[in-house]
Design a protein around this ligand. Structure first.
Ligand code: ADP
Ligand code: MG
Length: 302
């Protein structure tokens, strides 16, 4: 289900003294199966934007097309069907757990889809396993007996059990420790790769999105500043800092190394990429001792 947004604007509290323009003029096209990272400073409009994708917020101006259909011009029941195919995991989704057992909580969505009991059971088991939990171990527990990270995964499983075609996650790793964060991100990546679903991951960590996504949307004050591959976006380190973000640490390292090793490619944003590139350049220098570094020849102003 491709997504296309044209001239989307959103005003909160329109017509009151508190009117606030949270989205200005958003134009965006997301292809089927794309893994997109959405980043921006707090208050830049990320959550406002994604809530337009499943019809939770209505545009003040502009149009949102999902699968070629203007979702705000659909009949109510059509809009409802479209919404079911777009899974939105809110920030701190564990606050919305409410059933007495994990299995019942995850079954809530599929039951609303009108599936039969066998189908529901299959989906619940699969969704719980897909977030890295042991089904038999957790199914009868109260969600509130689990750790924070496990509760978050149960909440995500509840959305996965709906088998969405587009999965949107609003800061799914907020407040988790590094191990919990890497595990959830790894599972999201796996789901994307195995099922070919579109994923939109809201994050304020360049580090996290850089190594996972195909494309990054950078938002700033209700506008889209960049929509490009990580390699392209991270070339604009200075501007990214001006709008309250930072490039991954390893990108800064590569930029510093480039001051000495002119041949180095500094559009790198993963540790693995940096290892490969540094190894390549060091070997090049070993084989070619005449390749003096910029510093040695005093030629650093390139
Ligand atoms: P982000 O998710 O990037 O932090 P949001 O989309 O939540 O940004 O918010 C964008 C802007 O809109 C912020 O300035 C925020 O204060 C404002 N805003 C968000 N929700 C509301 C609301 N319900 N009423 C009024 N203003 C809001
Ligand atoms: Mg937000």
């Amino acid at each position: 289900m491709p997504i296309k947004i044209e001239h989307l604007g959103h005003d909160y509290a329109k017509g009151t003294p508190f009117e606030y323009r949270a989205l200005k003029d958003i134009n965006l096209e997301i292809e089927d199966g794309c893994f997109v990272g959405l980043i921006g400073h707090t208050g830049s409009g990320k959550s406002t934007l994604i809530q337009h994708l499943n019809g939770l917020l209505e545009p003040t101006s502009g149009t949102v097309y999902v699968d070629g259909r203007d979702i705000f011009n659909e009949k109510k029941d059509e809009l409802y069907k479209l919404r079911l195919r777009i899974g939105l995991v809110f920030q701190y989704p564990e606050h919305q757990l409410f059933e007495e057992t994990v299995a019942k909580d995850v079954a809530f969505g599929p039951r609303n889809l009108g599936l039969n009991e066998t189908e529901i059971d299959d989906r619940v088991r699969e969704a719980i396993e897909n977030v890295g939990l042991d089904f038999d171990e957790v199914k009868d527990k109260s969600p509130f007996e689990l750790s924070g990270g496990q509760m978050r995964r149960v909440a995500i499983a509840g959305i996965l059990a709906m088998e969405p075609t587009v999965l949107i996650l609003d800061e799914p790793t907020a407040g988790l420790d590094p191990a919990g964060r890497d595990e959830i991100l790894g599972q999201i990546k796996k789901l994307h790769d195995e099922r070919g679903i579109t994923v939109i991951l809201v994050s304020h960590s360049m580090e996290d999105v850089g190594k996972l996504v195909d494309k990054i949307i950078v938002m700033n004050d209700g506008d889209i500043e960049y929509f490009d591959t990580p390699a392209e976006v991270f070339k604009h380190t200075k501007h990214i800092e001006e709008i309250g973000l930072a490039a991954p640490e390893v990108t800064y390292l590569m930029q510093r190394l480039k001051e000495t090793y002119l041949e180095i490619n500094d559009s790198i944003f993963t540790v693995e990429g940096a290892v490969d590139e540094i190894t390549r350049v060091l070997e090049l220098h070993d084989q070619n001792p005449s390749l003096a570094s910029a510093q040695e020849t005093g030629d650093a102003d390139v």
